[in-house]
Design a protein around this ligand. Structure first.
Ligand code: UDP
Ligand code: MG
Length: 139
């Protein structure tokens, strides 16, 4: 069993598709190990999006991610990290296939509904970044 970290972004909450997104993960067999609502701050975002801090679009990404609270999930399953990325679809929602979460619910390459860990290393770092040990169950 592997655990992946999902962030339901402000557009997910604004569009009221939180339940639909969680339903898709549950239908695919994922189990919930942790869940909480939290407000992002610039320091946390600079860590989480360290690979993007120098990009011209970074200020827009930061403003978007702080435009409302997000919901952080730790989801467990066999091959959870790669399988979650498959369910989510590519970064640009406009290029994401129908049937993927971004393809069905996202807007563009910023407002794309959710984040999913992209490797075992980032999943471990994100679990430590967003959850205290006592906020994670099972696993
Ligand atoms: N992003 C953006 N503009 C871009 C590319 C990415 O605003 O041109 C945002 C988008 O919300 C994306 C996040 O930055 O999900 C992280 O980018 P990454 O390349 O890591 O994509 P992901 O792993 O989320 O598919
Ligand atoms: Mg990424």
């Amino acid at each position: 069993m592997e655990t992946t970290v999902i962030l339901l972004k402000p557009d997910c909450l604004a569009r009221k598709v939180v339940g639909e997104v969680i339903r898709r993960f549950e239908s695919a067999g994922f189990g919930i190990r942790g869940a909480k609502m939290m407000a992002m701050n610039p320091e946390m975002l600079r860590e989480h999006y360290a690979h993007l801090v120098g990009e011209p679009f970074y200020p827009l990404l930061e403003a978007f991610m702080m435009s409302s609270p997000v919901i952080v999930l730790a989801l467990a399953g066999d091959g959870a990290i790669e399988r979650a990325r498959m369910l989510v679809g590519p970064t640009d929602s406009r290029k994401a296939a129908a049937g993927t979460i971004r393809g069905d619910m996202g807007t563009d390459n910023r407002r794309n509904i959710l984040h999913a860990s992209d490797s075992p290393e980032s999943a471990a770092a994100e679990m430590a970044r967003f959850f205290r040990p006592d906020e994670l169950f099972g696993g």
